[in-house]
Design a protein around this ligand. Sequence first.
Ligand code: RFL
Ligand code: PHB
Length: 389
Amino acid sequence: MRTQVAIIGGGPSGLLLAQLLQTKGVDSVILERQSRAHVLGRIRAGVLERGLLDLMQEAGVADRMQAEGFTHDGTLISYGDEMFRVDFKALTGHAVMVYGQTEVTRDLYEARDRTGGEVIHNVQDVTIHDANSDSPSVSYTVNGQTQTISCDFVAGCDGFHGVSRQTIPADLRREFEKVYPFGWLGILSETPPVNHELIYASSDRGFALCSMRNAGLSRYYVQCDLSDSPENWTDDAFWAELKRRIPSDQAAKLITGPSIEKSIAPLRSFVCEPMCWGRLFLCGDAAHIVPPTGAKGLNTAASDVHYLFEGLAQFYATGKTQGIDAYSERALARVWKAERFSWWFSSLMHQFPDQSGFDLRMQQAEIAFLRSNESAQRAMAENYVGLPY
Ligand code: RFL
Ligand code: PHB
């Protein structure tokens, strides 16, 4: 088989890149390790920056998102019983959209079906060959048969545990990592959100987040130990803990119900440099991870896709390679800013096991500064709504 761009991974990065390429008549094949149902069963991001909205529009997949997504002009930050609002719209002129990653992915799969693009599911043993040449190829096994796709380029969109990053020789790769000493226990419940905007809550019992998917579907998180497991938490225990971490007036109006999903995510900051090797380009979680505080993961994947798409579109239209040559540098410049913001917001809002009394006072002083200082709020808002591409 032959294609122009072989895309490894059928998550949001791979699917979005494929649909954008399709608008320019560039052919791609997506290789996905899991079934479609499995990919669509993962509950992940909930907040989209305008850059991603624009890309969805450009890819022709924004209709349902525009109709069903919720525009959020600001967010709430609480500490103990105190709460204040950061008004994104007033401070930056921009807002964010609440629309689940699951829905983004569903819309992209449906668009892929409509445009007749190929997605091969349940592939195993994906191996990238000759990435550092002009004629790379990708082999994989499906239904016990080994197949090979020859291509012009390989897009490594296969997430943190994929094969693409590992294909870059270890001596050419630098990896930067910070693992946080806690995780997020998250639940999804068919209950109305406690507030119409998200609440990021700092408390002496640890961080909590009140988020949502729509008017009848809420997503809540509490900071937990890394050694914890979802089975240790009954729904009642979760709700009781959440109520202790958010302001009492919010806790009083929280509507609880059975969870329909419960899982723990570890928190990690990670960047791989460079994000390419020859004709292999990494996008999204394959190249970098942010802790979820600040909702930057999917959005940073989207900015990678934007830069790679621009480079590939330029190559196929003109034969010029400036765009793809500059890909890693351009993508990384923005990635590091999202890393900094996610690290800062995580450091500000969580309880750290080895935190001293001084460290705690520094967090409290910084939150108080954020509350009272418009410049600090603007800096936060600019990062939250998304830095320009
Ligand atoms: P994905 O989504 O991991 O998709 C990669 C795909 O590649 C497949 N794969 C392979 N396929 C073939 N061969 C192989 N060898 C393969 N290895 C892996 C996988 O099956 C998978 O389908 O990466 P992608 O596309 O780069 O997308 C990144 C986003 O998923 C991620 O950054 C966000 O979900 C992070 N994130 C959030 N991001 C935001 O922007 N806003 C948020 O509000 C937000 N909240 C979150 C989050 C992530 C979370 N978790 C669980 C990690 C909340 C949570 C709890
Ligand atoms: C979510 O709704 O899952 C979500 C929202 C905001 C974040 C992280 C996760 O910062």
